[in-house]
Design a protein around this ligand. Structure first.
Ligand code: 5GP
Ligand code: MN
Length: 343
């Protein structure tokens, strides 16, 4: 059906750890997205039907729309219930680390995770994993952790335990990380897996509406304002910049997630290959970058915005005010000319 991609020795080690574990917890990254929540909940559905006691911990609250995924009410928000989350980790026989590559990506939960005694299995698709884990299943070539998790479960011969709820959660992650199959989709087996999940009852149309087409009026107005009034285009450098200050965000009653996807919009303009969005937060400027082709936004975020990420999707932060951050971005457009030459 699908080709084998996960190394057999990792599967064998993981199988042993799972067999011996009664209590399992899953952990994902801060600001949990559809892939982080989807993989965590899918693991809960599958391993609880195998008879394991399993809980999914999120370092902080996921976006509102993800809270209607099957099982999401049972998520343990470590920001709200730090003691309970710590107790779960201390009592666990096994920790599944899903959709992150470094302990620091779990934010304030990182110390608890680092201090955990239980063995860890990392299942992730971010570049350069740097984790202290007994088993590391890292496949940056795969579009989503949920896709990798499906493969992992099949290799453990747990395909039959993927019920409709698990299938819906796995598909949610795959849809999230491919923008509803718009990018990172060159692997044909992604569609084979999607077909299997749909056969198991995952409702793709419902998920599309939940993940991509559920927006508040304020959110639609904020994004429209940002594009109409705040998008700067730099045709010479094939770049675009959008900034939103605290005041502007407040005017539209901004809530977490309202600007999700905004950074991608300028890339729709022919000739624009590099887009940056800066949002003023209480203590820093949050920077988000996207690009097309081989323009390395991860390099720019690493070198100038204390962050990182993938070639075409990266993020970081800037300490200072919004105008300074925008100035720094414009200055980079001037100094980084060689980066734009190949286009
Ligand atoms: P977003 O723009 O959606 O916040 O982030 C896009 C991608 O960039 C994320 O999936 C993540 O891989 C990476 N990323 C975002 N923020 C950071 C950061 O502060 N540090 C690092 N290392 N990667 C980040
Ligand atoms: Mn992911």
């Amino acid at each position: 059906m699908i080709t084998r991609r996960i190394n057999e020795s990792q599967i064998a080690k993981a199988r042993k750890l799972i067999e011996h574990a009664e209590k399992i917890v899953t952990v994902c990254h801060t600001g949990p997205d559809g892939d982080a929540v989807g993989s965590s909940l899918a693991a809960v559905h599958v391993f609880s039907s195998l008879g394991k006691e399993i809980r999914a911990i999120v370092p902080d609250a996921p976006l509102e729309n993800l809270r209607s995924l099957p099982g999401a009410r049972e998520l343990v928000d470590a920001m709200r219930y730090p003691d309970f989350a710590r107790q779960l980790v201390e009592e666990a026989d096994l920790i599944l680390c899903l959709d992150f590559n470094q302990t620091s990506r779990t934010g304030r939960f990182a110390d608890t995770l680092a201090a955990a005694k239980a063995p860890k299995i990392l299942i992730d698709h971010h570049l350069n994993p740097d984790m202290d884990a007994e088993v590391i299943i890292s496949h940056p070539d795969m579009a989503a952790t949920c896709y990798l998790l499906f493969r992992f479960l099949c290799r453990l011969e747990l395909f039959g335990f993927i019920d409709r709820n698990a299938a819906e959660c796995l598909l949610a992650g795959m849809m999230t990380d491919t923008g509803n199959f718009a990018y990172n989709c060159s692997d044909p087996e992604l569609f084979t897996v999607t077909a299997e999940l749909v056969k198991k009852g995952a409702d793709k149309e419902k998920l599309y509406n939940l993940l991509f087409n559920t927006l508040s009026a304020n959110c639609i107005r904020l994004n429209s304002y940002a594009l109409l009034k705040k998008m700067e285009i730099f045709p010479e450098q094939s770049a675009a910049l959008i900034t939103l200050s605290r005041d502007e965000l407040n005017r539209f009653h901004y809530t977490k997630g309202d600007t999700e996807g905004l950074v991608n919009r300028p890339l729709a303009i022919p000739g624009i290959v590099y887009s940056c969005f800066m949002r003023q937060e209480s203590d820093c400027i949050r920077v988000s970058m996207r690009s097309k082709g081989d323009f390395p936004v991860n390099k720019i975020c690493e070198e100038h915005f204390n962050g990182g990420g993938h070639l075409n999707a990266a993020g970081g932060e800037f300490k200072g005010d919004l105008e300074e951050a925008a100035k720094a971005f414009r200055a980079l457009l001037d100094t980084n000319k060689e980066l734009y030459l190949h286009k």
